[in-house]
Structure formats: C-alpha cells, structure tokens
Design a protein around this ligand. Structure first.
Ligand SMILES: NC(=O)c1ccc[n+]([C@@H]2O[C@H](COP(=O)([O-])OP(=O)(O)OC[C@H]3O[C@@H](n4cnc5c(N)ncnc54)[C@H](O)[C@@H]3O)[C@@H](O)[C@H]2O)c1
Length: 276
C-alpha cells in the first residue's frame, strides 16, 4: 500500500471538529508536516483559540465556523478552503457527538441531532468536496472519523452506532467508487477506541430540543486503554502516507469483529462490547 499524496508540504487539509480533541491533533500533525490547514467547528471560542495556537506554532492555518449537519454550511466551508488555498488534498470528516439513550427511549430529536452531525456531516463533506478534488486533477485523500461503534454495536448509544456504521459504509463506498471510476481519491476510516477528548461532554453542543443526561466523561477518563489524541493523529498521518484504509487505534476490537463474523455462520447473537 502507498498513499496518493506523496510529500504533504504545501498541500491543504480541511478538518471538521478541528477545535478540539482528535480534530485539533490532526490539524497539528498535518501542519507540522508542512500542510496548510483549515479547521472548522461549531464552537466559536474553541475554534479561534485552536487557530491562534496553530498559527503560533507556525502552521498556515485558517478557521471557519461550520455546522456539519447543515449542507449550506459545509458548502460554504468548501468555498472558503478553495478561496484561501486554491485546492484541497486531505479532507477529515471528523466532527462528532454522542448521546446516551436506549433505542426505544431515544427521542426523534436526539436521533436527528446525532445522525445529522455524525452521518450527514461526512455525507455533506463527501458531496461538497470530492467532486472539486476530482476536478482539480490532483490526488486527494478523505479520512472519515467513525469509531469502534462503527464496526461493533455498543449498548446505550443507539444513534451513535447507527451513524458510525453508516460512516464506515460511506468510506468503503467512496474507495470502491473511486477505484471503479479510476480517479486518484483514497479513503480511510478512523475507528478509535477510547481517546481522551471532550466527546464525553458532547451535550455542550446539542440543540435545546434534545433532552437527557450528559453522556459523561467517566469512561473516557478511567479507561485503562484510553489514549491521547496525538497518538491517533500520528496513526492518521501514517495512514495517509501508506494509503491505509482501516485506522484501528485499539486492535483488540478487531478480535471482536472476527467473533462477530463467526456469528454470521452460526446464527448466534453478535458479541456485545462493554458499554463505554
Ligand atoms: N474520544 C473518543 O473516545 C472517540 C472514540 C471514537 C470515535 N470518536 C470520534 O472522534 C471524533 C472527534 O471527537 P473527539 O473525541 O475529538 O471529541 P471532541 O468533543 O473533543 O471534538 C469534537 C468536535 O466536534 C465539534 N462539533 C460538534 N458538533 C458539531 C457540528 N454540528 N458541526 C461542527 N463541529 C461540531 C465539537 O465542537 C468539537 O470541537 C468524533 O467523530 C467522535 O465521534 C471519538
């Protein structure tokens, strides 16, 4: 396997959810590799602080407020990135939220919020950026942030499971269609396990019509296997260089996926990972 981009210096990366956690770490890594960076996020204060920090670190960075669950907002982000840097080579559809509720209790508003950000966000990203990436004639690489919840089903986070499994499918079909069409676009899907970020306080961004308890940071802070976002970003950068599709930060989950495949032969229920 090898990537399509070669030397990243002077190329441009756009990262949604770039004001925090995994998105910000990816922006730092791509910036350190000499890329121009556009970070997009719904949180104004965190976004401008992140952009200031990137600029102070010598990264040629721009920031734009964007709600990834809104097609017009994502299209405006694409216009902004192309105006600022002339081209986009790496797109990270990374913004995400999680909400805790049982599948029979989740409100329609809760489903709409999580699916809107976590699944429509990446769909809008592909829809608005990829045709322009192809039209540029230059190679491009799309990295979609899914989760281990994209390959296994956890209890208590129904909308997140459904959205992230859609993100895995979106990534696979992007790669398959690009190969079929013979265009130089690669796709990767990032499936992190537990990462020390602010995802546990996703409710800070939820619409007022979505009720319920906070997801909680307990699992994120106490999990012994929790890793830092910088470690995830290192793996993403390596995947871009190598042209790797799957980015599995916690390989133990792959064993559960193998078990899951076995249940398709036996008809047994799929394995259920411990709740986060
Ligand atoms: N942290 C983990 O353990 C973990 C595990 C698996 C997958 N992920 C995924 O990683 C991605 C990044 O999350 P993180 O862990 O860094 O959490 P985070 O909360 O630190 O970062 C997520 C960012 O997305 C932004 N965001 C939320 N709604 C948005 C919207 N509508 N439009 C634009 N931006 C929006 C937030 O403001 C925030 O800056 C998410 O897709 C998440 O589902 C995280």
């Amino acid at each position: 396997m090898s990537g399509v981009l070669g030397d990243l210096k002077g190329k441009t990366a756009v990262i949604t959810g770039g004001a925090s956690g995994i998105g910000l770490a990816m922006a730092e890594r791509f910036g350190a590799a000499g890329m121009n960076v556009v970070i997009a996020d719904i949180e104004d204060a965190a976004l401008s602080a992140a952009n200031d920090a990137l600029l102070a670190g010598g990264v040629d960075s721009r920031a734009m407020r964007c709600d990834v669950s809104d097609l017009g907002s994502v299209a405006a982000l694409a216009d902004f990135a192309y105006e600022e840097f002339g081209n986009v080579h790496v797109l990270c559809n990374n913004a995400g939220v999680v909400h805790r509720d049982r599948v029979w209790e989740a409100s329609i508003e809760s489903w709409e919020w999580v699916i809107g950000v976590d699944l429509w966000g990446p769909i809008y990203g592909v829809k608005t950026f990829v045709p322009r990436m192809i039209a540029s004639g230059e190679p491009g690489h799309v990295i979609n942030t899914a989760s281990t919840a994209g390959i296994l089903t956890f209890p208590g986070i129904c909308s997140y499971n459904v959205a992230k499994q859609g993100v895995v499918a979106l990534s696979e079909v992007l790669l398959a269609d690009a190969r079929d069409a013979g265009v130089p676009i690669l796709a990767s899907v990032l499936c992190p396990g537990v990462v020390r970020t602010k995802i546990g306080t996703s409710e800070r961004n939820r619409p007022s019509n979505v009720q319920g308890a906070a997801f909680g940071t307990q699992g994120l802070t106490t999990a012994t296997e929790a890793i830092d976002p910088e470690e995830v970003a290192d793996q993403v950068l390596a995947a871009v260089h190598e042209g790797r599709f799957w980015i599995m930060t916690h390989p133990r989950y792959v064993g559960l996926v193998r078990e899951r495949a076995t249940t398709m032969e036996t008809g047994a229920a799929p394995p259920v990972p411990s709740p986060i």
